[in-house]
Design a protein around this ligand. Sequence first.
Ligand code: ADP
Ligand code: TRP
Length: 325
Amino acid sequence: MKTILSGITPSGRPHIGNYFGAIRQHITMIGEGDAFYFIANYHALTSLNDRDRLDEYSVGIAADYLALGMDPEKCTFFLQSDVPQVTELAWILGALTPVSLMEKAVAYKDKVAQGLPANIGLFTYPVLQAADILIYHSDVVPVGADQKQNLEICRDLAGRFNHVFKGEYLKLPEPFIVESVATVPGIDGRKMSKSYNNTILIFDEGKELKKKVMSIVTDSRQLEEPKDPGTCNVFALIKLFATPVKQAEIAAQYRAGGYGYGHAKKELLALIQDYFAEARDRRRKLENDRNYIMDVLREGGRKARLRAETVMAPVREAAGILRNH
Ligand code: ADP
Ligand code: TRP
């Protein structure tokens, strides 16, 4: 059975771009192999130095996945920090990583350009990510297109280790780039992203949700005028939530005229509320059950450590790292 692995950085609360671009695929792929999903709290630390928020986001994202339908009995769901072999392997890989390889990484440059402090953790982020993947002998890594280079670096580092220490110690993973999903637009029409402050959160509700939906940017066409659903941000979001029949119906109303953006936004608001209604109920219950969430992650961590050690022991041995305990 193939091992599927992916990580989620707990650097904020997830938005609907994260849901359609990543979370939904993670959950549906569980049946296709032995799935490992972890909360990348060490990665989050490279940009978030606030104890309470890191704690809140880490437990929060776990609650979100569980509320959205992840069955912890059918996969291994855990905290990155519960598997110390990951940071151990990252150090060993780092010793084989040319600085020039990291200097080519675009994600680092992008993040620094966005104003994040240029720390060593951010610079070597792809090495830790490679360790995350290689430590479980992962076969398939479902990620968004923005992670392509990190996966190439991972394959490069696995190849280097195997070459230098002459053996097939680390398995080269196949990237699985989820490109079929169109980029979800934010309320200002740019890519929805927490860095742009233009998100609709999965679990936004009430006034907050309404305010965001009503402020989605549209062109200035009047109520009576025919409109093009193909270029409208509101319609792009409607498409994610509505059935094909409903989409066609709304598209026809756009083209016919006499249907304003206000109508479309109301429709979208109702669709979002309906789509996440059950998950929202489950999320509310989980909010008061930190113990349950920690139990799930603890059990996942136990399983993940067992797997990690089977990969790590021969790696230490191959590299000549002695262990005396
Ligand atoms: P953000 O841009 O908000 O910081 P992340 O970089 O943490 O989001 O992305 C986490 C996952 O969600 C990635 O797999 C990414 O490809 C996906 N994702 C983020 N924003 C979008 C979007 N607007 N549309 C589709 N997928 C997205
Ligand atoms: N860098 C990934 C992101 O920003 C998160 C991540 C960390 C990850 N380690 C990973 C993804 C290992 C896949 C595999 O979305």
